[in-house]
Design a protein around this ligand. Structure first.
Ligand code: G6P
Length: 372
């Protein structure tokens, strides 16, 4: 009913709007006034966590994209090698696992069979399993050694939005916690990130207040044949997530690429007018990355692409190459997916609505897939 949707046309729009609150809920009670991380649902001892010499993240769909972001953060902050793998591939590959391996299973529903089977395989091999999950008491957390709930509240729309943002937050918390327990190389950076995480609900809110131009663009793109998404570093999984949302909801061909891979093949797809959504890293911090993406944007534009650019406020260098430019608030590089994903969610939702699709119940998809 309309009341259940809180006045929004779709659950998805309601859940997109709930993201600032959801992100705050994931953070709630997990950072004390000194900035220490309190992960009391983590029932692994600090010694267990110090013994970890390898992290595997397993997940499906949107949750897998949050895991891809987590890999960048966990490796950077902890210096522990971290792999992320589709749950449906994991056990069939016969991965090398033992009791010093930490397997992080990410799942909104906690019931995804592929992820559950990956988790069971990991446990058989004596690995420790930590679940990041949104559904209290579901199977995946029940079978895990430790759980970090995302507390996003029930997600009704099939396409995941607030669960994704809160999975990102939970992954950051796991990375920061591991870093703290093990003694941190980048202590100042970790302390800064802890502080900056607290700012994220406000920044997500800021993004949401500037979505009107995205809605207008969505109406223009409703007839596009194909939409490409590019990004580097943590913006690469954001590009994949943007493309997945568009496939799921609008039934359009959409593909995400690592911007650096364009020249190795995908650039052949660019034709006159092909929409390319470009997720640009911050020009501060890892500035090289930014400049590389700007050249990638120039490259696709020179071949006729219509560039839709998501960049950080104040990034004027990219403006000359953007047919459409959307700014997001200034954010530390690793946390940027929390803001850059939001316009892509809105874009997919609005394109699907413009095409007349049922945004909340896309064809052929289920919210929770309990078969392998
Ligand atoms: C299904 C849903 C996706 C979701 C994936 C993983 O395919 O349609 O939106 O990302 O499962 O779900 P999970 O509950 O494990 O996060």
């Amino acid at each position: 009913s309309a009341a259940e949707k809180g006045g929004y046309d779709y659950f998805m729009l309601k859940e997109i709007a709930e993201q600032p609150h959801a992100v705050a809920e994931t953070l709630l009670g997990r950072l004390n006034e000194h900035g220490d991380l309190l992960l009391d649902e983590v029932r692994l001892s600090d010694q267990d966590l110090r013994d970890v010499d390898k992290v595997f993240i397993v997940a499906c769909g949107t949750a897998y994209h949050s895991g891809m972001v987590a890999k960048y953060a966990i490796e950077h902050w902890t210096r522990i090698p971290c792999e992320v793998e589709l749950a449906s591939e994991f056990r069939y590959r016969d991965p090398v696992l033992d009791r010093s391996t930490l397997v992080v299973a990410i799942s909104q529903s906690g019931e995804t069979m592929d992820t559950l089977m990956a988790l069971r395989h990991a446990k058989e091999q004596k690995a420790r399993v930590l679940a990041i999950c949104n559904t209290n008491g579901s199977t995946i957390p029940r079978e895990s050694d430790a759980v970090l709930y995302t507390h996003a509240g029930p997600e009704i729309a099939v396409a995941s939005t607030k669960a994704f943002l809160t999975q990102l937050v939970a992954c950051y918390l796991v990375g920061l916690h591991l870093a703290q327990v093990r003694g941190v190389k980048y202590a100042d950076e970790v302390a800064a990130v802890v502080a900056q995480l607290q700012e994220m609900p406000k920044k997500v809110e800021q993004v949401l207040s500037t979505m009107e131009p995205i809605r207008e663009l969505a109406r223009e793109l409703a007839e596009a044949k194909s939409v490409l998404f590019i990004g580097r570093h943590v913006s690469y999984p954001v590009a994949l997530e943007g493309a997945l949302k568009l496939k799921e909801l609008a039934y359009m061909h959409a593909e995400g690429f690592a911007a650096g891979e364009l020249k190795h093949g995908p650039i052949a797809l660019i034709d006159k007018g092909t929409p390319v959504v470009c997720v640009v890293p911050s020009p501060r911090g890892r500035g090289v990355l930014h400049d590389k993406v700007v050249s990638n944007i120039q490259e696709v534009r020179a071949r006729g692409a219509r560039t839709i650019v998501i960049a950080e406020e104040g990034d004027t260098a990219v403006a000359p190459y953007a047919d459409h430019l959307f700014y997001v608030p200034v954010t530390p590089t690793l946390l940027a997916p929390l803001v850059t994903t939001v316009p892509l969610q809105v874009l997919a939702c609005e394109i699907a609505a413009a095409r007349g699709h049922d945004v909340d119940q896309p064809r052929n998809l289920a919210k929770s897939v309990t078969v392998e």
